[in-house]
Design a protein around this ligand. Structure first.
Ligand code: ADE
Length: 247
């Protein structure tokens, strides 16, 4: 008898379940979802409301504008979705730690996260603390809710799952893992509105092409992302041969 291994599974808690799978239902992620390489479970937070109005939010303690997601309702939704499981529990929030490719790779290597999508002015801090939710941001701008942020995070994870990308993708990943932005790409036609493809790329000299690409990637990274450039891993250099006059 053969058992199918449990696929990587994401659980999303949201007030707008109709936003999922959304763009994750098409293209690479969508094909992988349909073929069972990963699973998506979507839970409506409102199903955990207990009053007759099914209310999930209330006014902020201490006053101020907007509404805050209630701790009791969200905790019940998390407990219903994740009984006794140990897996990352995230909440998408502009005040979270910025998402990085390293964090994406870590999540992709695990069992799959539970993700809470925030709405309103925020979430009662007590449920964040009591359920150990890790706040994650996808950038320094404010979206109207965590759903689009969750979709972005999941897309980044799913493309790293075994079997989702072909050889082409893994090769691309390797070239990105040198911590630089990608060099410019060109394809036919040879001449586009008086702009030719850089000559070196059609020279057939693989070493020169590689050196050109590396230099372009460094130039771009230095100009656009000085933070990344400063902390980039150095390419492996051969140790110089030991001098006989040493010591
Ligand atoms: N929710 C609203 N804005 C967000 C952001 N920038 N990142 C993650 N979640 C969010």
């Amino acid at each position: 008898m053969s058992f199918e291994p449990t696929p990587w599974r994401a659980t999303v808690l949201t007030l707008f379940p109709e936003m999922f799978p959304g763009p994750l239902g098409v293209s690479l992620a969508g094909r992988a979802l349909a073929s069972g390489l990963w699973a998506l479970e979507v839970c409506d937070i409102r199903d955990s409301a207990t009053d007759k109005h099914r209310s999930v939010d209330d006014t902020p303690a201490g006053g101020g504008p907007g509404m805050v997601l209630r701790a009791d309702v969200l905790a019940a939704a998390i407990d219903a979705a994740d009984a006794g499981e140990t897996r990352p529990r995230l909440v998408m929030s502009p005040r979270g730690r910025p998402l990085t490719q390293a964090k994406v790779a870590e999540l992709a290597a695990g069992p799959g996260p539970l993700i809470v999508c925030g709405r309103f002015e925020g979430i009662d801090q007590r449920v964040i603390d009591a359920r150990g939710l890790e706040e994650v941001s996808i950038g320094d701008y404010v979206l109207s809710g965590g759903e689009i942020a969750a979709l972005a995070l999941l897309d980044a994870c799913v493309r790293l799952l075994p079997g989702v990308m072909g050889k082409q993708g893994s090769a691309l990943e390797e070239s990105f893992s040198d911590g630089l932005l990608e060099y410019p790409q060109y394809t036919r036609p040879q001449l586009f509105e008086d702009r030719p493809i850089p000559e070196i790329l059609t020279s057939g000299d693989h070493a020169k092409v590689a050196a050109w690409r590396r230099a372009e990637a460094e130039k771009l990274t230095r100009a656009r992302r000085p933070d990344l450039f400063a902390t980039r891993p150095q390419p492996n250099r051969q140790k110089p041969p030991k001098s006989t006059t040493d010591g």
